[in-house]
Design a protein around this ligand. Structure first.
Ligand code: FES
Ligand code: FES
Length: 172
């Protein structure tokens, strides 16, 4: 007999703009569903208890820690992972998100394990920003303060946020 904790449920989620369906155990974490059921391994799993931010994705545009959500909780929602940040250009190629471009320019990563979580968090933070002038150091701290990086010392990550902010303001 199937007990309630072993139950499965089919969910429909729009992931990076594409409707996807998966049948998942009701206890499956969103991070595991993305990686194992949907094959989107760009979302990394570090601490698995909400501390490091490596697993950050956007749910209906807001950054969330996918290791703290059950997959069934996002049934019907829209999820953006790091794979969804780049855009297609008119020739069908990929154009990096300004935050990805800034990380490349500023050498804002070393091992790269934390990088997907930073990229998604920073992209959402800059897109939500409503001030006109350049981003301040305090605002940068606020955006990146919840994500951990063991390699870089954060200086180049913060520099990349300033670069991405400038690029995104220029593009408006
Ligand atoms: S793996 Fe989710 S916050 Fe660390
Ligand atoms: S680049 Fe290695 S943990 Fe951040």
């Amino acid at each position: 007999m199937t007990t309630s904790v072993d139950a499965e449920r089919t969910i429909t989620v729009t992931v990076n703009g594409v409707p996807r369906q998966a049948t998942v155990p009701v206890r499956r974490l969103l991070s595991d569903a993305l990686r194992h059921d949907l094959g989107l391994t760009g979302t990394h799993v570090g601490c698995e208890h909400g501390v490091c931010g490596a697993c950050t994705v956007l749910v209906d545009g807001a950054p969330v820690r996918s290791c703290l959500l059950l997959a069934v909780q996002v049934d019907g929602a829209s999820v953006t992972t790091v794979e969804g940040l780049a855009r297609e250009d008119q020739q069908g190629g990929q154009v990096l998100h300004p935050v990805q471009e800034a990380f490349r320019e500023c050498h804002a990563l070393q091992c790269g394990f934390c990088t997907p979580g930073f990229l998604v968090t920073i992209a959402a933070g800059l897109e939500a920003r409503d001030a006109d002038g350049p981003i301040t150091d305090e605002e940068v701290e606020e955006i990146v303060g919840g994500n951990l990086c063991r390699c870089t010392g954060y200086a180049n990550i913060k520099k990349a946020v300033h670069h991405a902010d400038a690029a995104m303001r220029d593009a408006r």
